[in-house]
Design a protein around this ligand. Structure first.
Ligand code: SF4
Length: 542
């Protein structure tokens, strides 16, 4: 089975922004009663997560729960100005999370209602966006859903036409040509949002080239329904599902070429779970899946990275590899790094801690053994204590930087060469980079389940900027370290993982690796480049 994931699948900018605003409002107002005016997105898991955080839904502004002191959040579709005023006059704090594209349409309608005889809004009568648009257009506003509606309109001198932001591009064009015959002056505004246009054109292309077309999204989501309709014009086999469970029921031949798209209110993790179902239920790739799951869920790859860091540290200090020291480091990293651990993973921690401590005692004496067990014991305290994710990242960062600095000290008659500090800087940037990239990929899910990753803590744009500057600064430092006699020429061997770390930012922006599990493996496997370089150094230098 060949699976193509649409480039524009999942949350659009406006929906994501509305969700972010909602969770931030909750954070700032932990005690207030908060309600969204209608479902913020048509996704049962997100609605459930909001409910758990005490954010309810009201469908009518006359709802008794909307009283003075409470907060009402306007969703991405916007709100009619008179309704907003009524709420504010009642003492309700109104937070407007309307999408800027929707607000732009509203401002066009406002101007048009002063100059045109008729303001035509192409869209679905029952779509929530229409309520605000019609409220602003007043008596001049009229909704047309299709060409037939447009034909029934009376003649007018001047007509202004706008479209609901998620309306079909082709239908809008047809409506415009009908309206040209209905008036002397027609003011046309391109108000279908970019996200919708891109999605619709991608659906048409993908539906033509694939045997099966899967559309993921809530059953009440208008834009998901429209995507399925557009796909159905090009492809006989369109499957519409809300979640991975429904996809399991579908019959999809193993040899099919499958395209997957999702509506603007479908969270990324739902799409990813659907992809996993496609791969595991509808293909024979059982072993491949097991390996990928193992690599993405265990700290094996970063632990191999710690081994490479320790190798580099010894090389930079002119020392030979001591395999008992290197293995101590590997098992220490296995015990102390990685994401939050479930009880099932504690045996791995216990075995790794035991081996690391024994090896530490043998190779570096009592001090080494105590240091290893001290670091390892912090890990369960952090996990059981419910420490925020970004603090767990900082703990891992400290462990890795310590490994880069103190590994040579575990050997007799060894001192720290200046190049080790370049290595420590490299280790810090690599570790932070991995944590930030993984945090960025899980941003949506983390916001909804309340996990505070490093990327969320620093904020998306700031964390990307921080990482970009750190990579550039470090690359410069690595280039200069050999001519300035701070580190051996082998320091150049650290540049390839840095390059691929920078590529990880591009991949995130462009969604080149959509699958979360594959992205995790890509990012984590960058650690493996360092021990590979370490082996190369061994054969070239020793
Ligand atoms: S579909 Fe477009 S207009 Fe609607 S919320 Fe998303 S970005 Fe905004």
């Amino acid at each position: 089975m060949r699976i193509t994931i649409a480039r524009y699948a999942g949350f659009c900018f406006g929906v994501r922004r509305a969700i972010d605003i909602t969770f931030k409002v909750r954070q700032k107002n932990p005690r207030k009663k908060i309600y969204t005016l209608g479902q913020i997105i048509h996704n049962p898991q997100v609605i459930e997560a909001l409910k758990k955080r005490g954010i309810g839904i009201v469908h009518d502004i006359d709802d008794d729960r909307l009283k003075a002191g409470n907060i009402a959040i306007v969703r991405a579709h916007g709100i009619a100005p008179d309704k907003k005023q009524i709420l504010q006059s009642r003492g309700v704090e109104v937070i407007d999370a309307a999408c800027p594209m929707v607000l732009k349409v509203q401002s066009i309608i406002k101007k048009a209602s002063k100059t045109a005889d008729l303001v035509v809004i192409a869209g679905d009568k029952d779509h929530p966006e229409m309520d605000a648009h019609l409220g602003i257009a007043g008596d001049k506003g009229v909704v047309v859903e299709n060409v037939e509606d447009a034909r029934r309109l009376p003649q007018a001198r001047r007509i202004s036409v706008v479209a609901q932001t998620t309306f079909g591009v082709a239908t809008y064009r047809e409506i415009i040509s009908v309206l040209r015959e209905k008036c002397e002056v027609l003011d046309v505004s391109d108000t279908i949002c970019r996200s919708t246009i891109d999605r619709q054109s991608e659906v048409r292309d993908l539906a033509k080239d694939h045997d099966v077309f899967i559309v993921i999204g809530g059953k009440d989501s208008a834009n998901t329904k429209r995507l399925a309709e557009i796909a159905a014009k090009e492809n006989r086999r369109v499957i519409r599902v809300e979640d991975p469970e429904q996809l399991k029921e579908a019959t999809i031949p193993q040899t099919s070429q499958v395209a997957v798209i999702a509506g603007a209110s479908t969270p990324h993790w739902v799409i990813e779970e659907c992809i996993e179902v496609l791969k595991s239920t509808h293909t024979h790739a059982g072993i491949e899946n097991a390996v990928l799951n193992f690599l993405s869920a265990t700290p094996l790859l970063p632990s191999l990275g710690s081994l490479g860091i320790a190798m580099a540290s010894l090389v930079f200090c002119g020392q030979r590899y001591s395999w008992d020291v290197l293995l101590t480091v590997f098992f220490l990293a296995l015990a102390s790094t990685g994401p939050h651990r479930t009880p099932r993973q504690w045996p791995l921690w216990a075995v790794s801690t035991g081996i690391a401590t024994s090896l530490g005692l043998l190779s570096a004496g009592l001090t080494g053994g105590l240091l290893v067990i001290g670091i390892s014991l912090l890990r369960p305290l952090i996990d059981v204590g419910g420490v925020a994710d970004y603090l767990r990242s900082i703990y891992g960062l400290v462990v890795f930087v310590l490994i880069s600095i103190i590994t040579p000290l575990s050997l007799e008659r060894s001192s720290i060469a200046p190049g080790v500090f370049v290595l420590a800087a490299y280790t810090a940037v690599h570790y932070l980079g991995v944590e930030i990239l993984l945090g960025l990929k899980n941003m949506e899910r983390d916001a909804i389940i309340g996990r505070m990753s490093l990327a969320r803590y620093i904020h998306e744009e700031h964390s990307i900027m921080l990482l970009e500057y750190a990579i550039m600064g470090l690359a410069l430092m690595l280039f200069l370290s050999f001519p300035l006699k701070i580190a051996p020429a082998l320091a150049y061997g650290l540049l390839p993982p840095l390059f691929f770390l920078a590529k990880g930012i591009d991949f995130y922006h462009e969604q080149v690796i959509f699958d979360n599990r594959m992205y995790t493996i890509y990012v984590q496997s960058l650690w493996v480049i360092i021990p590979a370089m370490g082996l190369l150094w061994k054969f070239t230098m020793m």
